[in-house]
Design a binder for this molecule. Sequence first.
Ligand SMILES: [Zn+2]
Length: 82
Amino acid sequence: MSGAGRQAGRPVVIDSTLTCPACGHVKTETIPTDACQWHYECEACHTLLKPRPGDCCVFCSYGSVPCPPIQAGGKPDGCCPG
Ligand SMILES: [Zn+2]
């Protein structure tokens, strides 16, 4: 079960487990599909997480899975224009 081969209809994971880089707190969040989540506040230590340089959203930087546009196309420039 490599998952390779099919492109159309590939299931997109919208649940991503975010790991706080400050305190290590882990929380599974649903990735919003209509907009990138640029900021995420850790519920444990209230650190405001921001994407690392080159990443388009906090899920790409700290999540177990990147955001849906990246899953679908692997866009190097991120999923949000501008
Ligand atoms: Zn934290």
